[in-house]
Ligand binder design. Structure first.
Ligand code: UDP
Ligand code: LCN
Length: 808
């Protein structure tokens, strides 16, 4: 039994436990989540009059600290505990005698079904999805603190196995090196080196040769001497670099070592063509941000493409491949939308600004019902079109790359599913990036999936997620908590470990969190657009007048709402898409409820549209209407500015800085934020940033040092925290600058695209090597996932397609 429960029932606190359960019952809810449990426990502690004190340090307090959920039944309570990161235990506590029994995953899933009246054992067993057996024979990490550093572990583990048998190791190395070519031209080693013994011997000679050359002698000058020894381009661009790489190989042959192997692989030119799959629109470079479904993912993928292209080029140059005029290429694969509403989303090919060879390639959906396929389609409705899209995209990619890509990176649930389909067809390494897994964003999204299906189609999305996260060779995560949460909250990937989709399936083991496939590689921020406000030489002075006007004074009903009584007050700024989870309406309400905050500040929001009838998105329409209601309820007309504009990128960078000029602050009030690029943008600008404590911002910001956490579910506390800081700044002018500088330093030290892509490319090479060398047998897993695709996903996608065909 859990020690936490045992400690309570074998102590004086046994009675308190019973009383606490009674207090929970008074809520008149059967399914209690952590927030409810915490609130009741707090009140419970305050009301305790007699007996042993109950507080957070008591046995009951410690149990509550680790409790995720409680399900109340007539005679028992089911306690869902999270005794540690990535661990879940469930116990049934019988109320009559406080006896305790542990519950298995299938029992818990049955119980949840019963709770929503979907438990029908008489009709046969429900389909159980269990991926555990496929992970039984692959390496797994043991210590949760190493989760997210998968590549080091995998490399160490596989190296130690392979290095034990030196013959096998040398043969693997030799085979891998002889494999590479660029457009038919061999790279690294050629046919003159016929086996591993020759490799070792020729290597010594090659090292002698380059050791005798001046360090900076260009590779082109001794290329053919090396070729005679069996070495082709790819080792370096100067004598010194070639020598270093050859010596690394020499060390690996004589005394193999996993970190040397990683360094060696990271230098090899084995990746030239990358495809980033980001299907749902709008994907473009102008006039798209702020539209429904169109935010950080687009920014992330565009910036990542730019940075990847630069790095690929740099690495090709460093590897000495300029002699071959090697071309590297990055393609962002997205959806072509014929009715493109003034954007360039109807263009097949668009060059990514500021790059030599990075492109947006847009492939249309096949035409089923043109009302859907010719127009923007919500990410929740996109599922029926993805399989045929992948088939068409494969041909287009072949055409653009003149061959296969070397790496496929999926983005979001739809792009990740397409990445799976493409990688399977092309036999290429598959990475995925979640951005946001909707399962954790929408409360009870799995338990009540049937009620939500019409609007959200989570049965398709969660099935696609299971397929993609298990098929991927590597999962790129922006934060550690995205994978396994925090001591008191469940991670996004963790939420796929076990869950019920009543009447459809039970997932008893959906993902192995200890798998080395998980790697934390946070994104960066575009440093030419977003930079500290105190760099006058880089500022876009020509924009200032119009931006000041737009932000604080312009009266144009098409773009602005609200007329500030005193535009000189300190601005509280926020910018986000108007969807429910972003909670800009919550921020407006927080501001509305605090007259004192209104005395000190104005609220400036850049958000979506101003008119509900102009929006095609249900959530956006609701939020627009709610925002008007809040403004009216608290009479905020002369204290708020709501800008329904889509800003060019340069303007949005400068807007943050204009707000910083006025010593403003930035607030990100989302109910949940997977990562939060606006947090990076405001911090690098030097705006003191208040970020939601639910999700990524908790990892980016260090509370009180370079920003602050806020709890968006407690509006009074949130207002107070902002007010405290504002008042502090008024009495101590250094305070604003202190936090401002802290934010700038934090971003430059940890969140840059250069750090991101260096790591990403190194991962791609290492996973590529082990994929090839360890011949890890994943075929059975992939077959199982294909079955899920064919037997669950496709029929549901077909049903949705039929619905679309009938609408219209
Ligand atoms: N953004 C924008 N205009 C808007 C709303 C958002 O330019 O009206 C940009 C914002 O600057 C940021 C991105 O969209 O770069 C939003 O990313 P974030 O990760 O904060 O949230 P997401 O929208 O992806 O959930
Ligand atoms: C999606 C989100 O919801 C944000 O939290 C992320 O910052 C963005 O994607 C980029 O990954």
């Amino acid at each position: 039994m859990s020690q936490l429960i045992e400690a309570v029932i074998h102590s004086e606190q046994k009675i308190a436990l019973q009383e606490f359960i009674n207090a929970l019952r008074a809520l008149d809810k059967q399914y209690l989540l952590r927030n409810d449990i915490e609130t009741v426990f707090e009140q419970f502690c305050q009301q305790q009059q007699s007996g042993e004190a109950v507080d957070r340090t008591s046995a009951l307090g410690k149990l509550i600290e680790r409790t995720q959920e409680i399900i109340l039944e007539l005679e028992s309570a089911c306690w869902v505990l999270r005794p540690g990161i990535a661990k879940e235990e469930v116990y049934r506590v019988y109320l009559a005698d406080l006896s305790v029994e542990s519950m298995s995953v299938p029992q818990v899933l049955d119980l949840r079904d019963r709770l929503v009246n979907r438990y029908n054992p008489d009709e046969g067993d429900i389909f159980e999805i269990d991926l555990q057996p496929f992970y039984d024979y692959s390496p797994t990490l043991r210590d949760p603190k190493n989760i997210g550093k998968g590549v080091q572990f995998l490399n160490r583990y596989l190296s130690s196995k392979l290095f034990q048998d030196s013959k096998e190791w040398l043969s693997a190395l030799y085979t891998f090196l002889s494999l590479h070519s660029y457009k038919g031209i061999p790279l690294l080693i050629n046919g003159r080196i016929k086996n591993q013994a020759q490799l070792s011997a020729q290597l010594k000679q090659a090292i002698d040769l380059v050791s005798g050359l001046p360090r900076d002698r260009a590779y082109a000058d001794f290329r053919f001497d090396l070729q005679n020894l069996g070495f082709e381009p790819g080792w370096g661009n100067t004598a010194a670099r070639v020598r270093e790489t050859l010596e690394l190989l020499d060390d690996l042959i004589d005394s193999p070592d996993d970190s040397n192997l990683e360094t060696f692989l990271s230098r090899l030119p084995i990746i030239f063509n990358i495809v980033l799959v980001s299907v749902h629109g709008w994907f473009g470079q102008e006039g798209v941000l702020g539209r429904p479904d169109t935010g950080g993912q687009v920014v992330y993928v565009l910036d990542q493409a730019r940075s990847l292209e630069l790095q690929l080029e740099e690495q090709v140059e460093l590897a000495g491949l300029s002699v071959l005029n090697v071309e590297t290429k990055v393609i962002i694969l997205s959806r072509l939308i014929p009715n493109s509403d003034g954007t360039r989303c109807n263009e097949r090919l668009e060059k990514v600004h500021g790059t030599k060879n990075a492109w947006i390639l847009r492939v249309p959906f096949r035409e089923f019902n043109p009302d859907y396929t010719q127009n923007w389609v919500s990410r929740f409705e996109i599922w029926p079109y993805l399989e045929t899209y992948a088939i068409d995209a494969e041909k287009e990619l072949y055409r653009e790359f003149q061959g296969k890509p070397d790496l496929i990176i999926g983005n979001y649930s739809d792009g990740n599913l397409v990445a799976f389909l493409l990688a399977r067809r092309l036999g290429v390494t598959q990475f995925i990036i979640a951005h946001a897994l909707e399962k954790s964003k929408y409360l009870f999204s799995n338990l009540y999936w049937q009620e939500m299906e019409d609007n959200y189609h989570f049965s398709l999305q969660f099935t696609a997620d299971l397929i993609a996260m298990n098929s991927a060779n590597c999962v790129i995560s922006s934060t550690y908590q995205e994978i396994i949460g925090r001591p008191d909250s469940v991670g996004q990937y963790e939420s796929y470990q076990s869950f019920t989709m009543p009447d459809l399936y039970h997932v008893v083991h959906g993902i192995e969190l200890f798998s080395p496939k998980f790697n934390v590689v946070p994104p960066g921020v575009n440093e030419t657009v977003f930079f500290p406000y105190d760099r006058p030489e880089e500022r876009l002075h020509s924009l200032h007048e119009s931006l000041q006007d737009l932000l604080f004074t312009l009266d144009d009903p098409a773009q602005t709402f609200g007329k500030l009584a005193d535009p000189s007050k300190r601005p509280i700024f926020s910018m986000a898409r108007l969807d429910r989870i972003k909670n800009l309406t919550g921020l407006a309400e927080c501001f509305g409820r605090s007259p004192e905050l209104q005395e000190h500040c104005n609220l400036i929001l850049v958000a979506g549209k101003l008119r509900a009838d102009e929006s095609g998105d249900a959530e956006e329409r609701d939020e627009i209407e709610r925002l008007y209601r809040v403004i009216e309820q608290y009479n905020l007309y002369d204290k708020i500015r709501w800008l329904g504009v889509r800003l060019p990128k340069a303007d949005s960078g400068e807007i943050y800085r204009v707000i910083a000029d006025r010593q403003g602050i930035f607030v990100q009030p989302a109910l949940f934020e997977a990562f939060g690029l606006t947090i990076l943008e405001s911090m690098i600008t030097g705006l003191p940033t208040f970020g939601t404590q639910f999700g990524g911002p908790l990892e980016i910001i260090e509370d009180g040092k370079n920003g602050f956490y806020i709890n968006p579910t407690n509006l009074e506390e949130m207002a107070q925290k902002i007010l405290d800081f504002v008042k502090e700044c008024e009495t101590n002018p250094n305070r604003w600058a202190e936090i401002s500088q802290g934010g700038i330093d934090r971003v430059y030290s940890t969140y840059t695209w250069k750090i991101h892509t260096t790591k990403l490319l190194s991962l791609a090479r290492v996973y590529g090597f082990w994929n090839f060398t360890a011949k890890e047998n994943r075929e059975d897993l992939l077959r199982y996932l294909e079955s899920l695709f064919h037997l669950i996903y496709k029929p549901r996608a077909k049903a949705l397609l039929d619905k679309h065909l009938n609408n219209g």
